[in-house]
Structures are given as C-alpha cells and as structure tokens.
Design a protein around this ligand. Structure first.
Ligand code: PAF
Length: 283
C-alpha cells in the first residue's frame, strides 16, 4: 500500500494516475478507523479504480482542546485495517500539521447559506470553518472524482456539498448510510474511548431515536422533542445536549410539519466527557 506523509509526493502520484485515466475516490478521515470508514472505502473501491484515504486529526475543527489532545491517533492499526480491504488500490495520505497548514494553523471563514448556524454550529464554535478549510485543502491536493462522507455527520455532509457547489469544485460528494454496531450505536472513532458502563448505555441513543420516529407519525415535532428530553432527564449516565427535528434541506428546526418536506431528527449526547451524535430520517 502506498503511504504518503507529504503532499508533494502525493500530488505527483495522483498526477500519474490521472495521466493513466484512472478514477480516484476519496475518504477523508481523522483516523482511528472502524467498520463505518471501511464501508465508505469499500463503496469508493466499487465506484473508482483507486481510493485515497486521508488520516489527519485536523486541529482547526476542534473547539475543545482537550478533545483534540485526547483524540485517538492509531496510524499503524489504521494501515492494518486498510490492508485487509485492499493492498493495491488504497492510497493513504497521513500528513503532519505542518504539511497542511505550515506555521499558519488557522481556518478560513466560510458561508454555507446558513447551514453552519444550526445544530453542531450552535454548539461547536468555528467547527464548520475548520471542516471547510481542511476539506477544501484536501480536495485540492487529492483531486478525487468522488468523495465519500457518512450520514452520521449529516450536517457536515450537507456543508461539504454546499462547499463544492459554491467553489465549483470538480468532485461528486456521495453520502453513505450510517454504519451501526449490532446494538444500534452509530460507529464513531470516539466510541473506542467510552468506559464500559457508558458503552453499554450508549445504544439508548438510537433506541430513543427509533421511538421518536414512530411518535413523529402522529405527534407534533414539539411533543416528540419534549418526550425525548424527558427520557434523557431520567437517564443516569447520558446527558442530552440537543435533540432537534429539522428540515433536511435547510436544517432549520421544524415548527409545523408539512407533507411536502422531509425531516430528520438530530441528537447530541454526552456519555461522561465523550460527545456522541446520531440522527434518523423521519419520513
Ligand atoms: O468527519 C471527519 O472525520 C472530519 O470532519 C473530516 C471530514 C475528516 C475533516 O477533518
């Protein structure tokens, strides 16, 4: 497997692939790879000749320094997992902070037509400027035909689509279904940091989302939201940060349901000091 630590070498290699008319898929990650990432990479390999996987814990998208410091960094086991998927058709780009940012570790400010002010944007200051900065830079370096993002970070997926549209970037952004553990917990690199009791408690999040979906069939968004808030208030280990039912196009919280619109429920929960997010399509 080809592993690049600096962009100059990667750019030269991608130039060769392009001159051979090979297609390139791209899965940007922050490492600590799991089966959720594997499913994106496998989809990328189905649709392209090669798939580039970036492994980079991007400092500018963390609003919480402790979260950045504690974020798992496991390049060796990441490469091991990737080699079980394909030795020949996966390219790894694992740059240093310097390779990406030089000595200017700051993000650019982006407008995503308001998508950035909802949900995660309200609770994680500057997060989507950091995401936009790194994704744009990676797209410019890797120059993929298609890029794959999981629906677990649904707002990020929408924002990346908006970024590509606004900057006329020649890449197709492909959204992929949430990959879940057998007990329903959405796969996330952060799950590895959950202490046993919290890991056992965490499937409550998806269980509650599924009941919320059922209730949304007959009840108003406000009633469903009140019900979810009550369930978490009674829970000993999990602390609800937000539960929001939103229009999937604008990501604005719904006040009155319309049959013409599609909605999703979005949730952020603290399990100890670990923040977990999830979402479910409602109609
Ligand atoms: O979803 C992630 O892991 C990150 O936000 C991404 C897209 C790799 C950018 O750092």
């Amino acid at each position: 497997m080809k592993i690049f630590k600096n962009k100059i070498d990667l750019i030269a290699y991608v130039d060769t692939l392009k001159s051979e008319k090979k297609t390139l898929g791209f899965v940007p990650t922050m490492g600590a790879l799991h089966q959720g990432h594997a499913s994106l990479i496998i989809k990328g390999l189905d649709q392209n000749d090669y798939v580039a996987v970036s492994v980079f814990v991007n400092p500018t998208q963390f609003d919480n320094q402790e979260d950045l410091v504690k974020y798992p960094r496991t390049l060796d086991s990441d490469v091991e997992l990737l080699s079980t998927i394909s030795e020949e058709r996966i390219i790894v780009y694992a740059p240093t902070v310097d390779d990406i940012y030089g000595d200017n570790v700051i993000s650019t400010s982006f407008s995503y037509d308001g998508l950035e002010h909802e949900m995660e944007g309200r609770f994680r200051d500057g997060h989507f400027d950091g995401v936009g900065t790194i994704v744009k830079r990676l797209f410019e370096i890797v120059r993929p035909n298609k890029a794959y993002f999981g629906e677990k970070d649904f707002q990020q997926l929408m924002i990346v689509k908006k970024l590509v549209e606004k900057h006329n970037m020649p890449v197709k952004v492909v959204g992929c279904k949430i990959h879940r553990a057998k007990d329903g917990l959405a796969m996330s690199s952060r799950n590895a940091r959950l202490k046993e009791a919290y890991r056992e408690a965490a499937p409550f999040i998806f269980k509650t989302l599924k009941i919320a979906k059922e209730k949304f069939g007959t009840k108003s968004a406000n009633k469903v939201t009140e019900w979810v808030i009550k369930q978490f208030a009674k829970h000993d280990l999990l602390t609800l940060e937000y539960f929001i039912i939103a229009d999937i196009k604008t990501l604005k919280t719904v006040s009155r349901k319309s049959n013409q619109k599609s909605y999703r429920a979005f949730i952020a929960v603290y399990a100890d000091d670990i923040r977990l997010i999830d979402n479910i399509a409602l109609n």
